[in-house]
Write a protein that binds this ligand. Sequence first.
Ligand SMILES: NC(=O)c1ccc[n+]([C@@H]2O[C@H](COP(=O)([O-])OP(=O)(O)OC[C@H]3O[C@@H](n4cnc5c(N)ncnc54)[C@H](O)[C@@H]3O)[C@@H](O)[C@H]2O)c1
Length: 329
Amino acid sequence: MKKIVITGVAGLLGSRMAEWILANHPEYSIVGIDDLSGGYLDQVPKGVNFHQIDISTGDISELFKDAQIVYHFAAYAAEGLSPFIRKFNYNCNLVATANVVNACIQHSVGRLVFTSSMAVYGVGKPPFKESDAPAPIDPYGVAKYACEMDIQIAGEQHGLDWCIIRPHNVYGRNQNIWDRYRNVLGIWMYQNINGLPFTIFGDGSQQRAFSCIDDCLLPLWKAGTDARASKQIINIGSWKYYTIKEASEVLKKVIGSGQTKHEEARHEVKDALPSHELSVSLLDYEDTTSLQAGLTDMWNWAQQQPKRAQQSWKTYELEKGIYSFWKNK
Ligand SMILES: NC(=O)c1ccc[n+]([C@@H]2O[C@H](COP(=O)([O-])OP(=O)(O)OC[C@H]3O[C@@H](n4cnc5c(N)ncnc54)[C@H](O)[C@@H]3O)[C@@H](O)[C@H]2O)c1
């Protein structure tokens, strides 16, 4: 049987990709790795050979033996928080990736698919093209960009085949809605379930390309298997753009209720929007799920989730300059 390794298998992309592969490509067995720091065991699909390991410190190499494809999704993607947890960010996102790259080289893995981020573009001019010079504005974006460069070096020097995906605001069933530092749509769902208003940083005029996970799964599969995707860097993101305020109105419509509370503005990119030509020509990406339809599916799921406490950092590495809404009282 052919073998795929998925890191971050308990999270949104990992669990949904594993589920999709098991349903569509039963000729593959799946080894899944996750430390459950940001994902949940009950989201790991049955049929995955699961290992709870922190990939920034753990010994993972043997698990990569005979793997044709590695999807490296594990990360802590709290971009806005990353300046206040710098060391954690680089360990979890950069050092961990070095561990994965080592294991891929060691076992001559067929292709490594790495999910980078739109954060590498930073203050670039939207819509962001893959050929634009990266200009990240925070440690999370820097870590992702460093990983991209490291993977390309492994390609040149050790012959590792790779595909780098830059996802844009992916959302859907199995997204972590209990982390107050990331995933705005999930944060709003948590807030509504708990009788709180939706919080918006600044005036809400920031634009984002919210991308339903259902539209990303086939392209991610092609990122791992299609010859066209070999050694390519490709955005994956919706071609419909929403301001944060507009997105909150769509979710209010889906839920049937909701208030808004504006908080102080954050240090963040104003308009993070992808070009989509390469995702269409190389990965056959199609933007078929409207934000309203995708949010309806996610909201139905969110309401059935266990009551979990919101995840919060008790202490940050750096308190200086932290926003009032994240200050520990
Ligand atoms: N969802 C998005 O909008 C988006 C956008 C851009 C980039 N990405 C990237 O895509 C990837 C997947 O994102 P996601 O939305 O599924 O995130 P997620 O948080 O839902 O999943 C990540 C998983 O990785 C696990 N993990 C974190 N650190 C780990 C470690 N050190 N060892 C082992 N497991 C660890 C977490 O427990 C979690 O289950 C990430 O690399 C993220 O940076 C996602």
